[in-house]
Design a protein around this ligand. Sequence first.
Ligand SMILES: O=C(O)c1cc(=O)[nH]c(=O)n1[C@@H]1O[C@H](COP(=O)(O)O)[C@@H](O)[C@H]1O
Length: 228
Amino acid sequence: MRDVIIACDFKNQEELFKFLEPFKGENPYLKIGMEIFYKEGPELVKKLHQMGFKIFLDLKLHDIPNTVEKAMRNLGELGVEITNVHAAGGIKMMEAARRGLDATEAGKKTELIAVTMLTSISQEALEDELLIKENLADVVKTYALNAKKAGLQGVVCSALEAPIIKELGLISVTPGIRFADDSVNDQKRVATPSYAKELGSTYIVVGRSITAAEDPLAAYKRCVKEFC
Ligand SMILES: O=C(O)c1cc(=O)[nH]c(=O)n1[C@@H]1O[C@H](COP(=O)(O)O)[C@@H](O)[C@H]1O
């Protein structure tokens, strides 16, 4: 079950396919996010699926329930393995998202997860910018409980909160992964692949530590070795 998901944050499909060249035979789990999806659209997702890749479609929907339900109906037709919404949209929005996916046979199989608190948010930003005067881990727990109530399968959080999510019986998809010697960039709540394993993450999402590495395949294999 545990797996490494590569965040494919590329400008366009040419860059993505060039990146994937050395991965022949590896068949890594791929995350398709806003940058490349807004350029290439659903056709790229269909193409990657036909090629046999598992896909986490990360579009982080966050709108009123009616809009999210209808958007999810369309996304459901793609039959991806995982997709997501923001838990901050509330329980009704998350229920609507699940209903939207369940409206198609393909969408019924898609696991829906909710972003709790972005890994780029620190305790200070939570309090000073978002005006949430709670402990960040408690906010993650409450949002995860809301996701569970809405019938979702799991959440996105940092690996640091993975033990709380495990206790709730949900899957945890944890970005903010860095090797010990990497720069953290814009991430605030980070962990190494081996620490994420120790904390009980179900999936780690790794972008720049693989995509910007001198040898991306070696970096991917290092993640798999440490985490799986
Ligand atoms: O939903 C996500 O995937 C996500 C949630 C979150 O809280 N933090 C987060 O970094 N992500 C995504 O995970 C990836 C992390 O990329 P790197 O920081 O380059 O490893 C990016 O594609 C982000 O969009």
